[in-house]
Design a protein around this ligand. Structure first.
Ligand SMILES: [Zn+2]
Length: 215
C-alpha cells in the first residue's frame, strides 16, 4: 500500500515536472519536448496553468531584481518607434491573462536577444507559433519571443547568444492575427523551473527604460 502510494506520488510529480536531479537540473525525462508538448505545451502566454493539486512556491522578482534587469535589457527590436510597445500585460486574451507585451513591427523585422543567454528551446505551439525560449546567462530569467515568421539560419537549442543577436523575424505565426507583431514575455525562474516555467513579470516598464543601442 505504501509502495503503491509512493509510486503514484512519483508519477504525479514526474507528470508535473517537479523531479530534479541532485544538481538541481531537471531530469531529461521530465524536460523532454515530447512530454512537455503532451502534458503542458506552452500557451502564447508562455505560462500553462498549473493544476491546483501541485502547488509550488513561485519564483518572486524583487524590486531590486527588476531594477537590475531594466538596466541591462536592450529592446528586442532595434530602433523601436515610440508607441510600438503595447502596455498589454494585464489584458485578457482568449480567457487567459496576456502576461506579455506586444510590439508591432513590419513582418521580417529582426528580433534580437534582449540579454546574454542560451537558447533553451525552439518551440512551435498553436497559440505562440514559432517561438524562442532564451534562458538568461545568470539563470534567473526566461525570455519568450513568439509569433516569429522564421528563425535565422543556424540558430539551435543550446546556442549561446549575446544581447543583440538575431533570434528570429517578426511574423504572424500562431494566434497572432493579421497584424505582424512580436509577443514578448519575461519569466522569473528558479532552479526548479523548467524551460517554460516561471513567474511572468511585465516587460513594458522594463523595456521603456531599455537602452536603445545594446552593449
Ligand atoms: Zn501577445
Amino acid at each position: 500500500m505504501t509502495a503503491a502510494l509512493v509510486v503514484v506520488g512519483l508519477a504525479t510529480a514526474l507528470q508535473h515536472g517537479r523531479i530534479a536531479s541532485a544538481s538541481g537540473v531537471t531530469s531529461p525525462a521530465v524536460a523532454s519536448p515530447r512530454a512537455a508538448a503532451a502534458s503542458s505545451a506552452p500557451a502564447a502566454s508562455a505560462r500553462p496553468r498549473r493544476t491546483p493539486a501541485t502547488p509550488r512556491p513561485t519564483p518572486v522578482a524583487s524590486a531590486a531584481d527588476l531594477e537590475a534587469l531594466a538596466l541591462r535589457l536592450r529592446p528586442p527590436i532595434t530602433g523601436l518607434a515610440p508607441g510600438a510597445i503595447g502596455d498589454t500585460f494585464a489584458e485578457t486574451r482568449g480567457g487567459h491573462p496576456h502576461e506579455a507585451t506586444d510590439i508591432v513591427a513590419p513582418r521580417g523585422t529582426p528580433v534580437v536577444a534582449v540579454d546574454d543567454g542560451v537558447i533553451a528551446r525552439l518551440f512551435t505551439s498553436v497559440p505562440g507559433g514559432l517561438t524562442v525560449y532564451e534562458l538568461s546567462a545568470d539563470g534567473a530569467w526566461t525570455y519568450y519571443y513568439a509569433h516569429l515568421d522564421r528563425y535565422p539560419e543556424g540558430l539551435h537549442e543550446g546556442a549561446l547568444v549575446r544581447a543583440g543577436d538575431v533570434l528570429g523575424y517578426v511574423g504572424t505565426t500562431g494566434n497572432a492575427g493579421t497584424t505582424a507583431h512580436l509577443h514578448f514575455a519575461i519569466m522569473k525562474r528558479d532552479t526548479e523551473s523548467s524551460w517554460w516555467e516561471g513567474t511572468a513579470v511585465d516587460p513594458y516598464p522594463l523595456l521603456r527604460g531599455a537602452r536603445a543601442g545594446g552593449h
